[in-house]
Design a protein around this ligand. Structure first.
Ligand code: DCP
Ligand code: MG
Length: 390
């Protein structure tokens, strides 16, 4: 049965960094480049978090016990993870993602879906955006990623998997059915272990079998999930990109009719925005733990810069001084600085007024909290086991 794609086709990118932790290590220490690098628990019962592509040639990869990895690849360089550093690089890549679209759904430190449907008018075809995105990530971090391009999440993720490493891969709706047909059923996100077993018992092993299955049979096995699953098998996936919940923050921003091209004017605007935001900050009875600037250059390149406040504060002067430093640094780093939009926002902390000495017990959140705030507990699960062990 032929199924036609939805008329207003979406443009979804799935971006995934290549050998993320290992690539960061190779970037930070050039002596490691070209060598098999294995990051993970280095203790007796440690497991591999990831391996560089050089190490993968030895059959070493994620979740393999490190002890076995050492047998397969005795000359590899074995390193314990440096989560704080990976989180820092992650923040940089997400900043690049958000300069293409606000519709960013982070899945882990190194992976996200971007709905760039509305960016097409301004930034060109999805393939052009994928190329620009790769370029900007390399420029910003020195690292390679792979971008999958398609009309939905299912196919975009499939595409990035096929394009790895350092690639761009597009899957059109026409190609999707055939590509999916050869894959095992449990590659579909709706199919967990239980469903897979049930399908296999009925002789449905590959997605192609699902595509051809008699509807009545499928309904018997899957009940009301039969139809959605059959559609997935045909490459139809209407799940939206769900923007991760931001940490609680308060801010003020403004888009200008005429771009601001002098630092003095930009600072004056920053002062106005800071005052405006501080009024709301005080109303909320919170302190600012982080000051963040949003800086958009014409036509649409958005940067963010942020800094922790130690101690957290609700004082206009203190917060402005922090924003001012960030703005001046950014301004000096630009070729032809100009602002189409400027925003300042404060990440809130539960802190009570500063005369309460005990409020200092609530420290600004650590790396783990930041990761959790962005991705939920999911973002930490994998790295957790490692940290304990090593
Ligand atoms: N990770 C982990 N434990 C796992 C899998 C991954 O700790 N079982 C960590 C290390 C990875 C990072 O998460 O560097 C990203 O995971 P990916 O699955 O995207 O794997 P990589 O980025 O390392 O490699 P690839 O190029 O295959 O994406
Ligand atoms: Mg990856």
């Amino acid at each position: 049965m032929a199924v036609s794609p939805p008329s207003a086709e979406r443009a979804i990118l799935h971006v995934d960094m290549d050998a993320f932790y290992a690539a960061v290590e190779q970037h930070d220490n050039p002596a490691l480049r070209g060598r098999p690098v294995i990051v993970g628990g280095t203790g007796r019962r440690g497991v591999v978090a990831t391996a560089s592509y050089e190490a993968r040639a030895f059959g070493v990869g994620s979740a393999l016990p490190t002890a076995i990895a050492r047998q397969r690849c005795p000359d590899g360089v074995y390193l314990a993870p440096r989560m704080a550093r990976y989180a820092q690089v992650s923040a940089q890549i997400f900043e690049v993602f958000r300069s293409f679209t606000p519709q960013v759904e982070g899945l882990s430190l190194d992976e996200a879906f971007l709905d760039v449907s509305a960016s097409r008018r301004l930034l060109g075809t999805p393939m052009a955006m994928a190329a620009a995105l790769k370029e900007q990530i390399r420029h910003r971090t020195g690292l390679a990623c792979t971008v999958g391009v398609a009309a939905n999440k299912l196919l975009a993720k499939l595409a990035s998997g096929l394009g790895k490493p350092d690639g761009i891969m597009q899957i059109s709706p026409e190609e999707a059915v055939e590509l999916l047909a050869g894959l095992p059923v449990d590659k579909l996100w709706m199919v967990g272990e239980k469903t897979a077993t049930r399908l296999q018992t009925a002789g449905i092993h590959r997605i192609g079998d699902l595509q051809r299955a008699v509807p009545a049979l499928l309904s018997r096995i899957l009940g009301n999930r039969a139809e959605p699953l059959r559609r997935l098998a045909m490459g139809i996936d209407e799940r939206p990109v769900v923007v991760n919940r931001e940490e609680k923050s308060i801010g003020a921003e403004e888009t200008f009719d005429r771009d601001i091209d002098s630092l003095d004017a930009a600072l004056a605007m920053l002062m106005r925005l800071t005052e405006r935001a501080v009024v709301r900050l005080r109303d909320s009875n919170h302190l600012a733990a982080v000051v963040q600037l949003k800086l958009r250059q014409p036509p649409f390149v958005t940067h963010t810069r942020q800094r922790q406040m130690r101690p957290p504060s609700a004082e206009t002067g203190t917060l402005y001084a922090c924003g001012r430093e960030l703005l001046e640094q950014w301004w000096q780093a630009q070729n032809e600085p100009a602002l189409r939009l400027l925003g300042v926002s404060f990440e809130l902390t539960e802190g009570q007024p500063q005369d309460d000495l005990f409020s200092a017990q609530r420290k600004p959140s650590g790396v783990e909290d930041q990761i959790r705030a962005r991705f939920g507990d999911r973002g930490l699960v994998r790295a957790r086991g490692l940290a304990k062990d090593s």
